[in-house]
Design a binder for this molecule. Sequence first.
Ligand code: MG
Ligand code: MG
Length: 272
Amino acid sequence: MIITKTLEEIELMRESALVVSRTLGMLAKEVKPGVTTKQLDQMAEEFIRAQGAIPGFLGLYGCPSTLLTSVNEAVVHGLPTDKPLQEGDVVAIDCGAIKNEFYGDHAYTFEVGEVDPDTKKLLEATKESLYIGIREFKQGNRVGDIGYAIQNYCESHGYGVVRELVGHGLGKKLHEDPEVPNYGKRGRGKKLIEGMTIAIEPMINRGTHLVKQLSDGWTIVTKDGKASAHFEHNVALVNGKPELLSTFAYVYEALGIVSDEEKEFRQKEWVR
Ligand code: MG
Ligand code: MG
């Protein structure tokens, strides 16, 4: 059952999403060669609690950490470890937070030092596909239109689109209906309706779309060992159009990136 939200609830969800956005911005400055993902996890937990929120993943489904940190061939659900990040790695950091009972849940794939150009291209295309998917989250469309747009774009670049893990409705539960796959057929699936709040999260591989789970019971890696990228935003359907609740603005500020890619998904002036 899809649980739509009122405008007041959507504003609360924006607060939850922004707790995560700020956390990703803080982490952007800390991701560098030599740091361990366990250290990043500790920083994130403290930072989330300092904002009057609680870590959203910790303890959920038995998750032992605040962050899920997926390095190189890890797609998603990587557990933080004591292994230092190395120059040339990419690390997808997925973070959840609960504030006012609502979840925020979003992710960014960071470059550690200098990354090879082909992997950089994968990251750029995956992030682009996220916005291409968000653009389809509008009145009159169906869930399949989002997946179709993401799949079509990524496969046209020769990348593999992960099937086993999907985006989802978001609210007082981390995973609500509907599932939002990153593949699909135009005009298929559930109707997109006013007040829906979802997480769109393409997981895209440089090679095969096939994945497997490691023996830790968590980490999902690519079957061919090639790199994978993951970007995730939280979006509400307001006035028939996608309204972005999360933002990469804090990450961009930390990294000195200038971008107006989020502008078209804001129906009102965004205030920090
Ligand atoms: Mg997530
Ligand atoms: Mg998610």
